[in-house]
Ligand binder design. Structure first.
Ligand code: DQA
Length: 171
């Protein structure tokens, strides 16, 4: 018998915003994690490609790592390009020191996201769960990668954790 499908609602409203644990000195680092379209379906969506870890599980792990390091973190998913752009535009005012972004399919098409990241001036890492270079040709082009500090892909949910480790290691 098939198990109950694990469907996550789009999380454009739901977010994890975590301040450093009391007792931990705030390192002054604030990390914004952005997830693009269809990533709310993780756990259920093509698990042979994207793995079985759900988006809330990924966000919880990231929040744990960030708060343990004394950093603030906010995770946000949207299926809407404009909502992601709004978050990027607001990043400076919210004193975000680093952005970790899996723009999902917008990676391959969105000049709007590229322009927003360029305008923000906030350093960012592009991440992907799957190895986009081992997939269809259209996934091998990124509108963001040349502006990124780095790109991490193909390591499943760990792609995010490695990106966060780097962001937290920055002065
Ligand atoms: C993805 C890869 C993209 O090509 C795809 O559109 C996604 C997910 C990844 O994390 O592997 O939605 O960004």
């Amino acid at each position: 018998m098939l198990g109950t499908p694990k469907l996550q609602k789009p999380q454009s409203r739901g977010k994890i915003a975590t301040k450093p644990r009391s007792g931990n000195r705030n390192s002054g680092r604030n990390i914004l994690v952005l997830h693009g379209p269809n990533l709310n379906l993780l756990g259920n969506r093509e698990p042979e490609i994207y793995g079985s870890t759900t988006l809330p599980e990924i966000d919880r792990r990231l929040a744990r790592l960030a708060t343990a390091a004394g950093a603030g973190i906010e995770c946000f998913q949207s299926n809407h390009e404009g909502e992601l752009i709004d978050r990027i535009q607001g990043a400076r005012a919210r004193q975000v020191s680093f952005i970790i972004i899996n723009a999902a399919s917008y990676t391959h098409s969105s000049i709007g996201l590229r322009d927003a990241l360029a305008a923000s001036g906030v350093p960012f890492i592009e991440v992907h769960l799957s190895n986009v270079f081992a997939r269809e040709t259209f996934r091998q082009h990124s509108c963001l990668a040349d502006l990124a500090v780095g790109v991490i892909c193909g390591l499943g949910a760990q792609s995010y954790e490695l990106a966060l480790g780097f962001a937290l290691s920055q002065p």
